[in-house]
Design a protein around this ligand. Structure first.
Ligand code: NAP
Length: 285
């Protein structure tokens, strides 16, 4: 990899950032393409995020991916906000234009849609009522992406109903909040079920949703990717449902970010899934 004085620099900003997969992926793509570029991690103190980002205005670097806990704050720093980032209430991509403008976008949503297209080919989002379990930032982003992608209905079910109601009120349209007591009925009509809670993270039990109630054609996705095959996905597979894992979403959100930073599509020659699995310490699927 060559990094000269003319190199394009981009990075990822989070706190902590040590375990981020993004530098490994982006730098593998940079190396495969032979670009004069670098992608580096930043971990500003939580209170210093805004000062850090505003200091980059005017092109000090080309852009930033933004991760926990800065995705909401990133929106507030931007001059131009995409429809999806606004609906999601969060940005994971900031681009610093040469004229000083900061542009905010959200590629988590396209990452989710693309992951479904890759792992459940032929699945039609436009005809499938979706059920999202959870009402944190991940659920809000998923609801916004599905609503913009044309889902006929997006029902958010969460332990704390008021959080689901807040998302439904903010996004509006096809997005609704439903109490947990309605879950069985929603599952019976669902085309897509997504775990957007943190249940199952680190290997514990996932949400107790009765996935066997879903139609046979339903697709089940877990946003949790550690472990890769969560208990939730294993139960879905045992019920004969197609599944989509959280790692695919994580990987797919990186593609439009790379394009925004470096102006080229990542090369297909890099097996990003194998790279990520090696980094995560999981056997290749
Ligand atoms: P968050 O804001 O902390 O939200 C956590 C959600 O989990 C809330 O809805 C919470 O319910 C629910 N929850 C937690 N413990 C629960 C329990 N014991 N019983 C029932 N519900 C429980 O987290 P987030 O940022 O939205 O992230 C959620 C998950 O998605 C995380 O595992 C994260 O790693 C993953 N994620 C993956 C990707 C990807 O690219 N694959 C991207 C983003 C996030 P309450 O509201 O009732 O507390």
């Amino acid at each position: 990899m060559s990094v000269t004085g003319a190199a394009i620099v981009a990075g990822v900003c989070g706190q902590p950032i040590r375990h981020s997969l993004s530098p490994v992926l982006h730098n593998a793509w940079i190396a495969a393409l032979g670009l004069d570029a670098a992608y580096v991690p930043f971990a500003p103190a939580e209170a210093a995020f805004e000062t850090f980002v505003l200091g980059l205005r005017g092109g000090a670097i080309r852009g930033l991916n933004v991760t926990i806990p800065f995705k909401e704050q990133a929106l507030a720093c931007a001059d131009q906000i995409s429809d999806l980032a606004r609906l999601a209430g969060a940005a994971n991509l900031l681009v610093f234009e040469a004229d000083g403008t900061i542009r905010a976008d959200n590629t988590d949503g396209p990452g989710l849609i693309e992951a479904i297209a890759v792992q459940a080919p032929g699945f039609d989002l436009g005809t499938a009522p979706a059920v999202i379990l959870g009402a944190g930032g991940a659920a809000r982003g998923a609801a916004a992406a599905l609503a913009l992608a044309g889902a006929p209905k997006v029902s958010i079910v969460n332990r704390t109903l008021s959080r689901a109601e807040a998302i439904a009120a903010s996004i509006g349209g096809v997005v609704e909040a439903q109490p947990e007591t309605e879950l069985d009925g929603l599952l019976a009509k669902a085309g897509l079920v997504i775990n957007a809670t943190s249940l199952g993270l680190g290997g514990g039990a996932g949400p107790a949703a009765r996935l066997e109630l879903t139609p046979e054609s339903a697709v089940v996705m877990d946003m949790v990717y550690k472990p890769l095959r969560t208990e939730f996905l294993r139960r879905a597979e045992a019920a004969g449902r197609r599944t989509v894992d959280g790692l695919e979403m994580l990987l797919r959100q990186a593609v439009p970010s790379f394009e925004a930073f470096f102006g080229v599509t990542p090369p297909a020659s890099v097996d990003m899934r194998a790279l990520a699995l090696a980094q995560l310490g999981e056997a290749a699927k």
